[in-house]
Design a protein around this ligand. Structure first.
Ligand code: ADP
Ligand code: MG
Ligand code: MG
Ligand code: MG
Length: 727
């Protein structure tokens, strides 16, 4: 999942994944400081080259991760296909199918799983054009079609966030055994990992740095016949020394135990990247999107089943977080397993003293690695929610207050000082990167150690793209002097928490919501700041079963959004406009803090419904988006009335989908999948999803995604949307 991101594109540019020799952890760790040092030089150069850049267009794009599933209708099995990874190479091969990708404006990228493909638009969408929002779904449908065209008839691309039987007996096609040295998993074979040597190295290096296998325990969904002890864990295996960890406390009773990276990076998600006009706008956008990350994650929930068990949560987030968690026991402040080192694979200067003191940057005083880096207390995995706002001090809003960054965030002191001294970073920005750079590089290619820091960005990207947070602040790359920078990608913000949905329609809906919300944020400049610890609490809430409808989330109090007349711009307004009973507004004018701003409590608990759809007195996220349509995208549309109505109708249905998922009028994907299991005659009230039940479930998911079963589709998206999609 989401892995490697920028690096993968980079690998592709280099000629599909042929980058040289990745170093094993013991060798790689000798170069950690080198990578950080040069990575920061590269970052400073990026700010030097692009810091003053202004007025970039609002471009954006999505990323969708697919799984290749092999359906056997005779034996009633659905398995992950692990020998069709040449499909990505073919779709990028000039002599094979690349022309099809290019002609159709799509691009395919490899992912962590050998059964996975990532698809994006080749050129980003123009966010100033209404027609491009309507085009998103078409682009997604083309990707699915081109991918499917490369596969035999029994195989299909499926957009499930987690494959229900990943890690169960006989879940791959062809069959493979969980005996590989990279994962050392009791459940997952190494054959599920991308063949390029980078991926098994990454997997092994996380385990080696951490000093033990990763361990994730998801609470079982309790049903009448559910067994608390999992007899599918081969506790007596003696293939690797790490096999004993399950019995040493890694596996918890009453939980589904997952022991390797593939469980997280082998799941799929939906990401959306927006380009801002300049660095300051990007910072404000990043901050304003932050409170939406847990709320929309909950609304997009799509992962109630892991390793063949229903779990008592609805999303993948904590699975991926645990799956790439490279922290040692000491960094996590945890007791080591009996016989294990608390400092894992770190190469320490001297022994850890018996009493430990932690300074305000998170450093264990006097505990250093051999190359002189402080060992730290690190509260969160490198895959986790964001830890701090970037601040909007350089922007006209100026809403940010230091008190909003109220979470403890360890930083790399030396890097913080260096960034401040460079003159290109204020406190918040310096802290942001100094926090990302507490991490070690996970894979270093020996051939690429030497860098030209005026032109290369791989050392920066090495650390940046292995900090997998809910949002990513993406600076522009470095270019030779004299390059026309306005034609190159600028300052971007990536929204990363969303789960993948079954249909292109739903994925387009969520993508459009994020892009339109971002554009509305830039246009109307609402104030969404709340203390970041409240967003942390919301991340925990977002994991709960049916969180979208049953839970409350901290959000900026209605009345303090600094928005005006939102309430008017409802879905009803959009329907009326489409029906011809309303006129468009004149171009939107900015009004900061015009009225309705009160100094009552800043944050309060709201349902996802209220945040998305507003309440009786105040508009919500949907109103902000429709106001943008009404005052900007509709008045600026230059095509025919007929086209306008067709585009708006599609967008209206998409907004309706997200609106109704938040209100509970239609189920989330997770709710729908769970209900499908619970109501199946193949289910035995034991929380387990058998091979046959998985076939039934995955076949249903495929029928929905291919819009071939209207009854099933209507359960998930509602009757009127199903009618529209199957018309
Ligand atoms: P990563 O995996 O690093 O997040 P990808 O290249 O896979 O990056 O996806 C990035 C997304 O950003 C794609 O949808 C792409 O179309 C989009 N994109 C590309 N250039 C720009 C740009 N200048 N502004 C905004 N989005 C862009
Ligand atoms: Mg990806
Ligand atoms: Mg991405
Ligand atoms: Mg990507």
């Amino acid at each position: 999942m989401l892995l490697i991101d920028c690096l993968l594109c980079f690998l592709l540019q280099m000629g599909l994944l042929s980058l040289g020799t990745p170093l094993d952890w013991e060798k790689s760790r000798e170069h950690n400081e080198h990578v950080r040092l040069h990575g920061i030089s590269q970052l400073i150069n990026m700010f030097r080259q692009h810091g003053l850049r202004r007025n970039d267009s609002f471009l954006w794009g999505d990323e969708i991760e697919y799984m290749i599933v092999d359906f056997d209708d005779t034996n009633k099995t659905a398995k992950l296909a692990i020998n069709y990874d040449h499909v990505i190479s073919d779709l990028n091969d000039e002599e094979k199918s690349l022309h099809k990708s290019v002609e159709n404006n799509v691009s395919f990228h490899p992912e962590y799983g050998r059964y996975m493909i990532e698809g994006t638009p080749l050129k980003p969408y123009n966010g100033n054009l209404l027609e491009d929002y309507a085009y998103v779904e078409t682009n997604m449908a083309t990707r699915r079609l081109l991918g499917n065209n490369e596969l035999p008839p029994n195989m299909h691309l499926v957009t499930l966030t987690s494959f229900a039987r990943l890690g169960c007996p006989e879940f791959t096609s062809p069959e493979s055994k969980p005996v590989g040295p990279a994962l050392q998993s009791l459940f997952l074979p190494d054959e599920i990992i991308n063949r390029h040597v980078r991926f098994p190295t990454l997997t092994a290096n996380i385990r080696k740095r951490r000093g033990r296998k990763v361990a994730i325990n998801l609470p079982l969904y309790p049903d009448v016949n559910t067994k608390l002890v999992d007899d599918l864990i081969p506790l007596d295996r003696k293939l690797y020394p790490s096999d004993k960890e399950a019995a040493l406390g890694a596996a918890k009773p009453g939980h589904v135990y997952l022991d390797s990276m593939g469980f997280g990076m082998g799941s799929s998600c939906l990401q959306v990247t927006m380009q801002a006009a300049d660095v300051n706008e990007a910072r404000y956008l990043y901050d304003a999107l932050a409170p939406f990350t847990p709320v929309l994650l909950a609304v997009s929930a799509a992962a109630p089943i892991f390793r063949g068990h229903l779990v008592n949560q609805d999303i993948r987030w904590n699975v991926v977080s645990g799956a790439v968690d490279d922290r040692t026991f000491l960094e996590k402040k945890e007791e080591p397993y009996h016989g294990y080192s608390e400092t894992g694979g770190l190469d320490l200067e001297e022994k850890v003293p018996s009493t430990l003191e932690i300074d305000e940057s998170g450093n264990y005083v006097g505990v250093n690695t051999a190359d002189g880096k402080n060992v730290q207390y690190v509260p969160k995995s490198r895959y986790d929610s964001i830890d701090a706002y970037l601040g909007d001090s350089g922007y006209e809003t100026g809403y940010f207050k230091k008190s909003y960054n109220d979470l403890f965030v360890p930083i790399n002191d030396g890097i913080y000082d260096r960034l401040l001294k460079s003159g290109h970073f204020d406190n918040e920005l310096a802290r942001h990167f100094a926090h990302l750079f507490i991490r070690d590089p996970l894979v270093i290619f020996s051939e690429r150690l030497d860098s030209n820091d005026d032109l290369d960005n791989d050392h920066f990207e090495n650390i940046q793209s292995t900090n997998w947070q809910t949002l990513r602040f993406k600076p522009p790359a470095l270019y030779p002097a004299g390059t026309d920078l306005s034609s190159k990608p600028g300052w971007r913000v990536e929204f990363r928490p969303l789960e993948i949905q079954l249909t292109d329609f739903e994925n387009a809906a969520f993508s459009n919501v994020i892009a339109l919300l971002s554009k509305a944020i830039i246009a109307f400049r609402p104030d969404f700041y709340i203390p970041i610890t409240k967003i942390e609490q919301n991340m925990t809430t977002a994991h709960r079963v049916d969180a979208a409808t049953n839970e409350k989330f901290w959000f900026k109090c209605f009345g303090n959004w600094r928005t005006t007349d939102l309430k008017k711009y409802s879905l009803q307004w959009l329907s009326d406009y489409i029906d011809g009973t309303l006129k468009p507004e004149s171009n939107g004018v900015l009004h900061l803090a015009e009225n309705g701003f009160s100094n009552v409590t800043e944050a309060a608990l709201y349902s996802a419904d209220a945040i998305v759809n507003g309440d009786s007195g105040h508009g919500g996220m949907i109103h902000l988006i429709i106001k943008l349509l009404a005052t900007d995208l509709i008045p600026n549309f230059e095509g025919s009335r007929e086209d306008l109505i067709a585009y708006l109708t599609r967008i209206k249905f998409q907004l309706q989908l997200v609106s109704r998922r938040a209100s509970g009028a239609i189920p989330t994907t997770a709710h729908w999948l769970r209900e499908k299991v619970l109501s199946s005659p193949l289910y035995h009230q034991d929380s387990r999803v058998s091979q046959e039940l998985n076939y039934f479930l995955t076949t249903g998911a495929l029928k929905v995604s291919e819009l071939s079963d209207k009854v099933l589709l209507a359960e998930l998206v509602g009757e009127d949307i199903a009618d529209y999609l199957c018309r």
